[in-house]
Design a protein around this ligand. Structure first.
Ligand code: 0X9
Ligand code: ZN
Length: 447
């Protein structure tokens, strides 16, 4: 399964979570062309009003924020040739300087798929490699595949359970592909799936301590759309919002839903949706998580920026009481990840390292589902290629992320064992109970 090209890895994942290939075969939409689009990076925006002025571009034709405008941060803006002059004039008026960091993204799009296409179209590859997860399940008795729900367009959302031996072990949940264009995310989740089942000692040892639940692609419709319609698509593909399609699934979870860093505008890339869990994709995954109370660690993969994000992300200065313990465990993972190829990650909360954004799955996992250790990883890179990561980085990203996960899981196993040996009713038991309980105050959203 593990190839080196985007088509190979990514399409394998796509097919694995799709009940039927959705094209009639002789019809494929013409993908949106990004020929001539350039990526601009502003200098850090020194005042709030500058960030606000740039934000009016959000949702405009020919403009995509790869990094949203925020005070004291630089913003990355993908711009069509038609909008380039307009944006450059606006930046000049605001007194904000910028660099053109990618001249024409079409060159990168080509690089993304540069190897081994072998004359096959993506569709043919998809048909050929259909059902990776299902095949894995049919070949390995430790793997089970479950359809946990249907997307807006009726595709299966697949959950893979990898578990050796009977009984219910503590579990680790991993999901990917929440944001459609972040291709390295589903690829990495799939890579981890294949590593865990490769029967090597490191994997066997992990499976002796934990059950693994992996949803390689949550946003199956959006992901497909990045292959067939628009490579830069981020949201779901739900159609219930009038003129604009889709909801940002990582603003749609029912914990501090519709607060900071999300938008009421259906045309925005950070639209939170008409209500919490309006999207069948987030609802299905949330239900599947809630139904498995033995999950001890929640990991969600995004890209890009190389960040190891610790809750909470919904607002500034909202660290959970056990924040230091979450950082301690994350540090173990981050160190092992970095030791693999020297890739450096920054560790902290989203508001500190990125921006506040409410309605994310990591916050919900911790705050509503009560999973003590919940993290969001922003995978490679730091902006050289951004979402258009060349295919030769798929495997190294998978390797380093797996090493990070493995080290963290080992340390978690030790931590859980220590807790078990504490005297019942001792002070730590009570403290842990309190730390694990969902934080109160916010509205409870029914699943
Ligand atoms: O904004 C997001 O949803 C994530 N970044 S991305 O560039 N992949 O879109 C970060 C989410 C961090 N977690 C929370 N804010 N809860
Ligand atoms: Zn994302």
């Amino acid at each position: 399964m593990m190839g080196m090209t985007w088509i190979f890895v990514v399409v394998g994942v796509l097919a694995s979570t799709t009940s039927a290939v959705p094209y009639p075969g002789d019809f494929l939409p013409t993908p949106k062309s990004y020929s001539g689009y350039s990526l601009l990076r502003t200098e850090p925006l020194l005042r709030e009003d500058l960030a606000r002025s740039l934000l009016i571009l959000d949702g405009m034709r020919g403009i995509h924020f790869w990094k949203y405008p925020l005070v004291n941060r630089s913003s990355d803006i993908l711009t069509s040739p038609a909008q380039l002059e307009h944006i450059q004039a606006l930046l000049a008026t605001l007194g904000v300087s910028h660099d053109v960091i990618i001249d024409d993204v079409k060159d990168l799009l080509a690089k993304e798929n540069d190897v081994g296409v072998n004359g096959y179209s993506a569709l043919e590859e998809e048909l050929e490699r259909a059902n990776y997860a299902k095949t894995l399940a049919s070949q390995d008795s430790r793997v089970t595949y479950e359809n946990i729900g249907s997307s807006s367009e009726g595709k299966e959302i697949g959950l893979v359970k990898i578990s050796s031996g009977g009984g219910n072990k503590p579990a680790i949940w991993i999901d990917g592909g929440m944001h459609a264009r972040e291709w390295i995310s589903p690829a990495t989740a799939t890579y981890i799936m294949s590593k865990l089942t490769n029967k090597e000692p490191a994997s066997e040892s992990l499976l002796s301590s934990f059950d693994f639940y992996i949803v390689p692609i949550i946003n199956v419709d959006g992901y497909e759309w990045t292959h067939t319609g628009d490579r830069m698509w981020r949201k779901t593909r739900s159609r219930n919002n009038g003129r604009c399609i889709g909801v940002d699934p990582n603003r749609n979870w029912g914990f501090h839903w519709a607060e900071q860093g999300s938008s009421t505008d259906p045309c925005s890339d950070i639209y939170h949706g008409p209500r919490a869990f309006s999207e069948p994709e987030t609802l299905s995954v949330a239900r599947a998580i809630k139904a498995r109370p033995n999950i001890k660690l929640y990991l969600t993969f995004h890209s890009y920026s190389q960040l190891w994000l610790v809750p909470y992300g919904y607002a500034r200065n909202t660290r959970p009481v056990d924040y230091n313990e979450l950082v301690r465990l994350a540090q173990v993972g981050k160190n092992a990840l970095s030791a693999t190829y020297g890739t450096s990650y920054r560790l902290g909360t989203a508001p500190d390292l990125l921006y506040p954004a409410a309605g994310g799955s990591d916050d919900w996992a911790k705050g509503s589902a009560g999973i003590k250790y919940a993290y969001c990883l922003e995978l490679r890179d730091t902006g050289r290629y951004g979402f258009l990561l060349p295919s030769n980085q798929i495997v190294p990203t998978g390797e380093e992320t797996f090493n990070g996960l493995a080290a963290m899981a080992k340390e978690l196993h030790r931590t859980l064992k220590k807790q078990q040996t504490r005297p019942v009713g001792g002070p730590y038991v009570n403290a842990d109970k309190e730390l694990n309980s969902p934080s109160g105050g916010e509205a409870e959203y029914k699943l």
